[in-house]
Design a protein around this ligand. Structure first.
Ligand code: NAP
Length: 289
């Protein structure tokens, strides 16, 4: 399959490119810089120059492909709504290019909670609009699917969310959690996530919601304890009234209990997460370099 992928140079996208190339798909990756273009060429992909805002570029690349995987997202938190708007425009553009073809469009989203059948609240992340638009394309002849990724996608070297907790623990001199720390975050290894994106591209029926979840829920306190052990700092609860000052923007979600099942995804696509869990990767110590 000839596959156009956005976000191809990112943490997850680079693993998806390797997975697709390894499965003998022909990959075209979106690159917005010379450095990203060079990375893609080295990974065995063709390069499409442009940004996620270049809708003509996206339309042409999608029209010339047998399927699209959309992973690009600007993670500047001060520009979150603008990034969500750009994502919605990109999804609509892919829809125009793919309508009536039954070709696949797989997009990344966040916020798996509960099961794949549960609907996120309309008042949640502005990215819900992009996910809904992708799923609606199923009625227009696009084999669209949405992968709701765990907030802690990790490998042996890093995990974005945990790196933030490590930074805070270093700065404050202790590793903190909220409440009793029993609240759970789902996680997934990025190589397991990459395989899921390939399987979704190849097989997911139109309108599928998939959970990119390897572990249903890792207690926040266990993460805080592993961080405390490695940094050799105390592990303590942070009072609710001090959470914003201590954790910054993370305070808004850190105390959420959000276990998420992957049972329907595993059954639908015969997907089995096989790579280490978050605490195993964290224990290796490479996050602390
Ligand atoms: N990592 C996680 O823990 C996690 C958890 C839940 C959901 N997700 C979602 O999964 C997807 C992939 O995440 P990731 O961790 O791989 O992200 P990442 O490492 O931050 O990579 C972002 C990718 O998007 C590209 N990009 C950003 N803005 C762009 C723009 N305006 N035009 C073109 N390309 C642009 C980047 O290109 P450059 O290389 O040029 O910068 C890069 O390839 C995103 O939708 C993300 O929100 C990730």
């Amino acid at each position: 399959m000839r596959v156009f992928i956005t976000g191809a140079t990112g943490f997850i996208g680079s693993a998806v490119v390797a997975e697709l190339v390894g499965a003998e798909h022909q990959v075209l990756g979106l690159a917005r810089s010379d450095a990203s273009a060079a990375t893609l060429t080295a990974a065995g992909a063709e390069v499409v120059r442009g940004t996620i805002e270049d809708l003509d570029v996206l339309r042409d690349a999608a029209a010339e492909s047998d399927g699209v995987v959309h992973l690009a997202f600007g993670h500047d938190l001060t520009q979150h709504q603008a990034a969500a708007d750009a994502e919605l425009a990109a999804v609509e553009t892919f829809g125009e290019a793919l309508a009536g073809t039954d070709r696949p469009l797989v997009i990344a989203s966040g916020g798996p909670v509960g099961t794949e059948r549960d609907t996120p609240p309309a008042s949640g992340s502005p990215r819900i609009a992009g996910a809904r638009a992708a799923l609606a394309l199923a009625d227009r002849g696009v084999r669209s699917s949405v992968v709701r990724l765990a907030p802690t996608v990790h490998d042996e070297d890093t995990c974005g969310m945990v790196q933030m907790l490590i930074g805070t623990a270093r700065e404050k001199g202790f590793s903190g959690y909220l409440g009793d720390g029993a609240n759970r975050w789902p996680s997934v290894h990025r190589l397991d996530a990459a395989r899921l994106f390939r399987l979704a591209l190849e097989q997911a029926p139109a309108g599928s919601v998939l959970h990119g979840v390897g572990e249903e829920g890792v207690p926040l306190r266990a993460i805080a304890e592993a961080v405390g052990d490695h940094l050799d700092v105390p592990v303590k609860a942070v009072a609710a009234e001090d959470a914003a000052a201590h954790f910054g923007f993370l305070a808004r979600i850190l105390g959420n209990d959000m276990p998420a099942s992957n049972a329907l995804t595993r059954e639908l696509l015969d997907w089995q997460p096989v790579h280490p869990g978050l605490l195993q990767d964290l224990e290796q110590g490479r996050y602390f370099g």
